[in-house]
Design a protein around this ligand. Sequence first.
Ligand code: HEM
Length: 458
Amino acid sequence: MKTRTLFRPVAPVPPRIRGSRLEAIRGVLRSDFSHFPERAYRRGIYSVPVIRRRVHMPTGPDIVRRVLVEEQANFPKSRVMQRLLEPLIGQSMFLTNGSHWARQRRMVDPTLELSRLKAFLPLMQAAVDEMMDRLRMEVGKPVDIEQETMRVTADILCRTVFSEQVPNGFVDELSAAFRRYQALTPAFIGLEMAMLPRWCLPLHAIRARREGQRIRSLLRPLISERIRAMAEGQHPEDLLSALVDAEDPETGHRFTEEELVDEVAFFFLAGHETTASALSWSFYLIANDRTAQALAAEEIAREIPGGKADFSALRKLRYNRDIWREALRLYPPVTTYIRDVATACPLGNESVETRDLVAVTPWLIQRSPRNWSHPELFDPDRFSTAKGKASMRAAYVPFNTGPRVCSGAAFATQETLLIMAEVLGTFVIHPIEGREPEPVAWLTQRARNGIWLRLELR
Ligand code: HEM
């Protein structure tokens, strides 16, 4: 059988050897992974000194498993993340540990279960219809697909959390405030890594608090209004009602109004840019692989002949799902998840101390030639081979794994497949010469100047 030439998507070429400390700092500030040398991808664990502590990045499946699953109590959510995000998401489940987190998880998980996702489909479809109207106006012109995916995923979250009741301009205002908050995070991460106090960046700290408060004050009135409406017997079928109703089966606890603001703000943080990022990279990848794009479009025409997907049709889009999986492997939206170390211990060949950090970095794990064959190439077919399936079980963590695995993975997959079905069923997507995206690892994996593509009506 003739093998086809696989597309090599854009990524920095790792230097052979580790550069100087200055080069490493430049790399961190550029946030583009260009400073990771080859051995960062090949070793079981890669450790770098950062002023007063060391940061350990495991890539070996056994070590990753120890951190995320087997010994996860020894590697709690880091205070770095807590200080970074607390002004925005308070004490949401993303930041807590131990019994507090376990209670939140017991309450939040049922709000995202499969039967509810089915009910969300019409709400998602309404947002996608508006996106399609916008995209039809852009046919033939260069379009920044990242902007469009950001907008539609924010719209989907607004509709699934609040039904239709958001004020005009709310989605855009909320997304802009989240963007401004995100822009402050690289400087804070650098500060925290070096164990320097916040007052080293006083203006950043003031702006973070201000943006956090702005986002929370946009959400709070909608939440208070809902609590009042539900007390009067109304019950819209959306995520907010499910959160207001949530009750911990073990303690009987229900979310207070402030806790609801924490969780809803976190849902926007967790579920908006992440999905948008992987979607826009999926479109970039298939724009550059005509064969994969044709196969994806054929599958959509076959499984959704009427043009509008229902819940069961989406689940049949296996090839489209594998394109999405491959985008999540090559450009994992959550670039790093950071853990503290409760008790010093050996990890691979390293001794890990309590002042150190463990930074689980899916980019390194999922691009390691120890874990994946031809890791730098776009190959959605890999997931149907025995080797690819084994790699997926061992070294595929875009949604984390173990007890803290993402609660919204099925939600994200559903909205993604819905959007892919509409876009690829309607348009052929072309790359634009000279406008290669440049991956950058901010809070999510983004492209520095957007992802520019051209749409043609099919
Ligand atoms: C492609 C899209 C997404 C990706 C790649 C993603 C990835 C992740 C990752 C890596 C974590 C764990 C972080 C850590 O352990 O430090 C996480 C946690 C979480 N995600 Fe997602 N996520 C996505 C979409 C969503 C959506 C749409 C929602 C909800 C609507 C959501 C809800 C959550 C929640 C509630 C947690 C916290 C789990 C816990 O701490 O127990 N995510 N996500």
